[in-house]
Design a protein around this ligand. Sequence first.
Ligand SMILES: NC(=O)c1ccc[n+]([C@@H]2O[C@H](COP(=O)([O-])OP(=O)(O)OC[C@H]3O[C@@H](n4cnc5c(N)ncnc54)[C@H](OP(=O)(O)O)[C@@H]3O)[C@@H](O)[C@H]2O)c1
Length: 241
Amino acid sequence: MKNPRTIIITGASQGIGAGLVSRFLDRGYNVVATSRKVSDSKELPVSDRLVRVDGDVADPATANAVVEAAVKTFGSVDALVNNAGIFIGKPFVDFPIEDYRKLQSINVDGFLFMTQRVVRQMLAQGTGGSIVSITSPLTQNPIAGAMSTVAMITKGGIEAGSRNLAMEYATQGIRVNIVAPGIVDTPMHTDSPKDVIAMMSPIQGISSVDEIADAVVFVTEAPRVTGETIRVDGGGHLGKW
Ligand SMILES: NC(=O)c1ccc[n+]([C@@H]2O[C@H](COP(=O)([O-])OP(=O)(O)OC[C@H]3O[C@@H](n4cnc5c(N)ncnc54)[C@H](OP(=O)(O)O)[C@@H]3O)[C@@H](O)[C@H]2O)c1
């Protein structure tokens, strides 16, 4: 990637996304931060290398607005982190159709619309790029009681799509990777009992947003890493403990 680099981060108003915005600004990137209410977020630093774009990731118009803002302000799009996402855990047989549609539209449509628009821009630039998406180790290694089947249909779709995309555009220098966190200390877990979720991995505890940012930075900048998944889950994917 050339300098200065420009990165788009979705789901940027809080949690992992807000941490990624700060981390990439600290590393000298230009950042386009997007979510439905990112303009209102108090968690992002003030910087003339940061642009905020409000929008629902499930709407293809958001991807357009975000890429246009990046190109207009900074001249290019060099990297993307598909971080916007939701988790709804309910028993498979009773899973409400409206919750399924919500998961599908934010997790899968959001990934598709944003990545499609960004890859098109990267191809036009002709200088390669990096796409990183945030999924979950539960796609490969379920945990009893997590009730994650339908949510993992969507996260697993992102993983399968990412591996295929990595192959499809490898010769154009576009790398596509996954970071799969276990439990991370974000507002997603405001209502979860901390002592219980800390037990959900062999190395007990809860990951910080910084630990996830370390993994995202690594795959974003590793020039020969593509089609890879990095799990940051205290060994949760190893199986029973
Ligand atoms: N926390 C964990 O333990 C954990 C574990 C594994 C994977 N993950 C994944 O990591 C990612 C971030 O998780 P998090 O814990 O940081 O979540 P979070 O604290 O709930 O934040 C979610 C972010 O996504 C944005 N968002 C939600 N719906 C959106 C939509 N329709 N359009 C655009 N933006 C939307 C929210 O901003 P607005 O409200 O402003 O739209 C917010 O910035 C997600 O993909 C999640 O599945 C998290």
